[in-house]
Write a new protein. Structure first.
Length: 133
């Protein structure tokens, strides 16, 4: 019975890790708009890891929570990233390279913040149980 549980947990973790790898590969799409949309969805998941509550509201409504949780500079960067996300989602044109780079840099900075601010137990949970990074 114990071996079955260990096997089930292992299979579950492998599936989650594969899903994370697939998501990270989607960040490299040839269409920058699709890549930016995928990165933004991942950013929203990272915000949840920092206990930034999400609900049925505008993506700009999170700026106050982001400012309280990780600082006003990150909130200002988030506002720019959210605007790029909306441009990628709703515009017919493709976003520019520098805009896509800004979205990716925000994601990387957010990952650094999680690694710096979260306790070791939460980092282990986020990395090995939730497979968030």
């Amino acid at each position: 019975l114990f071996l079955i549980v260990i096997l089930a947990v292992t299979v579950h973790l492998i599936k989650r890790k594969k899903k994370l790898n697939d998501l990270e590969r989607s960040f490299e799409e040839t269409d920058k708009n699709i890549s930016a949309i995928n990165v933004f969805a991942y950013i929203m998941e990272l915000h949840k890891a920092l206990d930034i509550k999400q609900g049925n509201c505008s993506i700009y409504d999170y700026m106050g929570q982001i400012a309280k949780c990780i600082g006003t500079s990150m909130a200002e960067e988030y506002e720019k990233v959210a605007a790029i996300y909306q441009k990628a989602s709703y515009s017919n044109g493709e976003i520019e390279d520098n805009e896509f780079i800004m979205v990716r840099e925000y994601k990387e900075e957010l990952l650094k913040t999680i690694k710096k601010r979260c306790k070791i137990s939460k980092r282990i949970y986020l990395r090995w149980i939730k497979c968030l990074y």
